[in-house]
Ligand binder design. Structure first.
Ligand code: NAI
Ligand code: MG
Length: 351
């Protein structure tokens, strides 16, 4: 069987890490008796600079028939960040109803981060971020521009359908894991949206008496993630809170270079999209030193989503083997290897 995958390498290190990840995934697939048929799209800030658009007008339609979308990263100096986000990522996430952003967090060997040295079992969690509404909204605007009374309004949108489905997804996921869900909230400060979120969380948790549930203010949760992450497993959060918490969780475990994510359409009606948590890293772009592990692990999430569980596990095992062995490591891991050397090592570790 062949899977048809759309790949959008994007900008900066997105391009470097995607090449390595595709190499690893191709080898893993071949060893497991299936193929990945890649179709590459040059949608990026570079394209924006040349044509005025991140992607063609029928971009969504072009991707809709694929089994999965594999994205590097978009964003580059000189092109405002909201252009790359609202011109590509957000339209795709919304058109394909990828309302779950799944960000598994694991303490990997070879890590130089804050929590390095703890046992990996203590630190195994997954952030379930709402990916289609919430604080990332176009509603609002700037008023009294240039006058002393100038102000902006930025509204959030929390729909019942949107909040229910993300929280339910978190509880279902918890059932397949250790049965714990923590909801990130801030109902003391955000007096409309977060109490509503809390109310729905309470309703749904009543449907899952077998799952331990708790809620935690997002600021306290951020501290807890650093100081006492042991009792966290599934963390469910709104779009903004989930975005921040997942970068934090990535930073304290493996670093941004090792954190994958999936934009999931749970019913499977539309393609899901897999990417690293990190961005295009202009500070190291073009130097061949980006860590490809996050993108490789994003590929493993894609294989898992396609139902190729054994192959996905083989990819994760190969990554861990190379990191534990430690002789091939990019600069962010304290080594001197290149992106391609680390990619080659992981591909070789597949057997
Ligand atoms: P970033 O994640 O690109 O970089 C943050 C820091 O982490 C930099 O010092 C970078 O060198 C380092 N880093 C990131 N990934 C790494 C890797 N694989 N190996 C080694 N070091 C790594 O975030 P930043 O600098 O805030 O954003 C840069 C651009 O990326 C912006 O234009 C932003 O909008 C875009 N971006 C795009 C995302 C996406 O495509 N989904 C997500 C986040 C940011
Ligand atoms: Mg982010």
């Amino acid at each position: 069987k062949d899977y048809r995958i759309a790949t959008i390498p994007g900008d900066g290190i997105g391009v470097d890490v995607t090449v390595e990840a595709c190499k690893v995934l191709d080898r893993a697939a071949a060893l497991h008796g299936f193929g990945l048929k890649w179709t590459e799209f040059d949608w990026s800030c570079e394209r924006f600079t040349e044509t005025g658009a991140m992607m063609p007008e029928d971009g969504v339609a072009q991707l809709s028939a694929f089994d999965g979308i594999f994205l590097g990263a978009v964003g580059f100096p000189g092109v405002a960040d909201h252009v790359s986000l609202w011109g590509l990522l957000i339209p795709l996430r919304r058109a394909f109803a990828q309302y779950v952003n799944l960000r598994p967090v694991r303490l990997l060997p070879g890590t130089t981060s804050a929590l390095a040295g703890r046992s990996a079992d203590e630190l195994e969690m997954v952030i379930v971020r709402e990916n289609s509404e919430g604080e990332y909204s176009e509603l609002g605007g700037r008023h009294n521009k240039g006058q002393p009374g100038e102000f902006v309004l930025q509204e959030s949108v929390f729909t019942r359908v949107g909040v229910e489905r993300i929280i339910r997804y978190a509880f279902e996921l918890a059932r397949t894991r250790v049965g714990r869900v923590c909801s990130a909230t801030k109902s003391n400060g955000l007096i409309h949206s977060m109490p509503y979120w809390d109310e729905i969380f309470a309703e749904i948790s009543a449907e899952y008496p077998d799952v331990h549930s708790e809620q935690c203010h997002v600021d306290a949760l951020a501290a807890r993630m650093v100081q006492q992450p042991e009792r966290l497993d599934v963390v469910v959060a709104s779009n903004l809170f989930g975005d921040i918490l997942s970068d934090l969780a990535a930073a304290v475990t493996g670093g941004l270079g090792m954190a994958p994510s999936g934009n999931i359409n749970p019913p499977g009606e539309y393609p899901s999209m897999f990417e690293a948590v990190h961005g295009s890293a202009p500070d190291i772009a073009g130097q061949g030193i980006a860590n490809p592990v996050a993108q490789v692990l994003a590929g493993a999430m894609m294989l898992e989503h396609l139902g190729e569980t054994a192959c996905a596990q083989a990819v994760r095992d190969a990554v861990e083997q190379v990191l534990a062995e430690g002789s091939v490591a990019t600069p962010d891991l304290g080594g001197k290897s290149t992106t391609a050397e680390l990619g080659d090592a992981v591909a070789a570790a597949l057997g």
